[in-house]
Design a protein around this ligand. Structure first.
Ligand code: H2U
Ligand code: ZN
Length: 352
């Protein structure tokens, strides 16, 4: 197989394919150039709705918090179930006989989690202890939300940078916990269960072993987590963080693994910022075991980082045209992306 020529790669986690066109990265670019975000932020911003002591859009005032801070999203996309009205006949799934107009109710809880009181410190700029506190907060939130009987999946994620639609530079993440398993983890749920049934092994345990042996797509690692550019990566500098041990959820991690996760998060995000010497935008999130009581022996905790930038701080990859109508496509190969990321320092450029 000649990886310099157009080819397709299979994503065994989703069952989908990606088109790889390595030669296209050389094409001229006359399209949109993103504005570089203003780099210098104050430690406290009196107009920020996430800074300690400030008033949020909904009128609630933040406490003078000193560590991480979690609150119910003032504009939640999901709402908890309404108290049952004994007179109601129930509001279950409905639709016409042909199944063309199906609906079903959805319930859930949305939270926002500030990483720290500091308006200006992103993950790679926080201390190791600071990022461990973030991981512990995600874990505690996952645990308490998963104990609600109407919650069956907890999605922890971070949208970073205006390019990703992030509304506020104060470093924060979100949690949307829902009654259904959402579409992306649902694909992984089916694919990992099928893999376990047909191979008698965990898909990500097998993948990790193969990637560690090859090494060419591994970007960073410690005793507890491995960061790699997946063979089937869609976004130019996409990274997957995989737990070295077969753990299902953040709540399964022991204290050493929590430290390991914080360490790999800081190192990967420092490399990202160093790539174009900017605060690197991305959407990232954890895929952890659904909490619907069914048990998923083939589920293996991991996180996906999906950054939009392609060749500089200002030129992004657009998933449009063929990607929307046909299939996702990438320009540089995952191996080239991994090599570039591996070649970077883990000392943040602002601290170096
Ligand atoms: P981003 O992570 O995409 O920036 O979203 C921030 C979230 O913060 C968004 O879901 C919530 C928005 O609803 N928010 C509040 O809950 N309170 C506010 O005062 C403003 C924003
Ligand atoms: Zn702030």
């Amino acid at each position: 197989m000649d990886f310099d020529r157009p080819h397709r790669r299979y994503n065994p986690l989703t069952g989908e394919w990606v088109l790889v066109s390595p030669h296209r990265a050389r094409r001229p670019w006359l399209g949109q150039v993103e504005k570089r975000a203003g780099e210098v932020l104050p430690g406290y911003d009196p107009t920020c709705y996430l800074c300690p002591g400030n008033e949020r859009a909904g009128g609630v005032r933040n406490p003078p918090y000193t560590g991480t801070f979690a609150f119910d999203n003032d504009f939640s996309a999901l709402l908890p179930p309404e108290p049952v009205d004994p007179a109601s006949t129930g509001d279950s799934a409905s639709g016409d006989a042909g199944g063309l107009f199906r609906t079903e109710p959805e319930v859930g809880v949305c939270r926002v989690i500030c990483f720290s009181p500091r308006h200006d410190l992103t993950l790679p700029e926080l201390s190791q202890a600071g990022v461990e506190a973030v991981v512990r907060t995600w874990t505690e939130q996952t645990l308490s939300l998963s104990q609600l009987d109407f919650i069956h999946y907890v999605q922890v994620f971070e949208n970073k940078g205006a390019m990703m639609g992030c509304s506020n530079p104060h470093p924060h993440s979100q949690i949307w916990a829902s009654g259904h398993v959402p579409v992306e983890p649902d694909k992984e749920r089916r694919m990992t269960a099928d893999y376990l049934a047909s191979h008698g092994a965990c898909l990500l345990c097998d993948l990790l072993e193969a990637e560690q042996r090859k090494g060419e797509r591994v970007v960073a690692a410690n005793s507890h987590f491995t960061a790699l550019v997946p063979f089937w990566a869609t976004w130019p500098f996409e990274i997957m963080l995989v737990a070295n041990r077969h753990a299902g959820s953040l709540t399964d991690l022991n204290p050493a693994e929590v430290s390991g996760l914080a360490d790999i998060l800081r190192r990967v995000t420092a490399r990202y910022d160093n790539l174009f010497e900017m605060s690197f935008p991305y959407s990232m999130g954890f895929h952890q075991t659904p909490c619907d009581g069914q048990g998923y022996p083939g589920w293996h905790l991991h996180a996906h980082f999906y950054p939009p930038l392609l060749r500089s701080a200002t030129v992004r990859k657009f998933m449009v045209g063929y990607e929307m109508l046909g299939m996702p496509q990438r320009d540089i190969t995952p191996e080239t992306a991994a090599e570039r990321l591996r070649g970077l320092s883990e000392v943040h450029y602002k601290q170096g």
